[in-house]
Design a protein around this ligand. Structure first.
Ligand code: PMP
Length: 289
């Protein structure tokens, strides 16, 4: 079956899905994106994803008048045409097409909208494994809260991880020494007193939707979460570490560089939170059905 994607108001065969070479996303990475998980035709955490999209658009002053509800309808139509029930949505909005000039176009242009679906079914029955990460310098710009499609530093960082047989790279801000997050996920540790620790929201990290959900779930289950910056020396002392993202959920990290965490075993708190997250997803699905 041909895969169908959405490009600027049209549902097209994926192989014919193109944008113009003068698109400012192509020319300047002048755009934003979201990645959302849909299971059993239910979008997980839809509202926070669309709120973050609105934030990213507003910060870059990209005027897009398509509402979250309209996006929902387009995604449902894509779902129908692709005959899928479990998938990721990739939604990208750029400032639009205009002759190449750094400044914003003077005349009003329509933002370019691209939406693709990729089949993906979460398999919670699969035994989780501990992953390896490396550390590296966070060389990104100062507005990491914006989910911009300008991802070169993230790409280079992730490539370094992969070339070192690691799943992720834990990014460290050179000036402060604080760990911010990873190339495509947020980073948590469990300290010796069983507190969960992660970098606070702000301009230094992307406010991951999975991060916020897991913090809420953890607190509801009497786990203490401290949103304060910490350093690599705190990771040395940590009992557990894990990363979070929409595409991964929670992945335990059992080794960072040469540092083995919890003797290389997945910790009890990581297991517990992952299980709670599974229940949370299952509840969202059953609430919607
Ligand atoms: N940080 C960065 C830099 C990311 O790219 C991502 C995922 N795109 C995340 C964190 C996790 O965000 P979310 O939980 O919303 O997928």
């Amino acid at each position: 079956m041909a895969r169908i994607s959405y490009v600027n108001g049209r549902f097209v065969n994926h192989r014919d899905a193109y944008v113009h070479i003068d698109d400012r996303g192509y020319q300047f990475a002048d755009g934003v994106y979201e990645v959302m998980l849909v299971q059993n035709c239910v979008m997980i955490d839809a509202d926070p994803h669309f709120q973050r999209l609105t934030h990213s658009l507003a910060e870059l002053r990209i005027e897009c008048d398509v509402s979250a509800r309209s996006f929902g309808l387009i995604i449902t139509e894509l779902q129908r045409r692709n005959k899928v029930t479990d998938y990721f949505v990739y939604l990208q909005i750029t400032r639009g097409v205009a002759p190449r000039n750094h400044q914003f176009p003077t005349e009003r242009i329509k933002p370019s909208i691209v939406i693709t679906l990729s089949p993906f079914k979460i398999d919670f029955s699969k035994e989780i494994i501990g992953y390896q990460a490396i550390t590296g310098e966070d060389i990104r710009w100062k507005r990491k809260d914006i989910k911009s499609i300008s991802l070169l530093p993230n790409i280079l960082a992730k490539q370094e991880a992969i070339e070192n047989d690691a799943i992720e790279i834990v990014l460290i801000d050179k000036e402060s020494g604080y760990i911010t997050e990873c190339s495509a996920s947020n980073f948590f540790i469990v300290d010796s007193s069983n507190n969960l620790r992660t970098h606070p929201l702000g301009h230094h990290i992307l406010g991951g939707i999975t991060r916020t959900t897991l913090i809420t779930i953890a607190r509801q289950n009497d786990l203490n979460v401290i949103e304060e910056p910490f350093k690599l020396e705190d990771v040395v002392e940590a009992k557990e570490a894990f990363i979070t993202s929409t595409t991964k959920g929670l992945y335990p990290i059992t080794k960072i560089d040469d540092m083995v965490i919890n003797h290389g075993e997945i910790g009890a708190i990581s297991r517990k939170i992952r299980k709670l997250y599974q229940q949370y997803i299952e509840e969202q699905i059953s609430n919607e059905l």
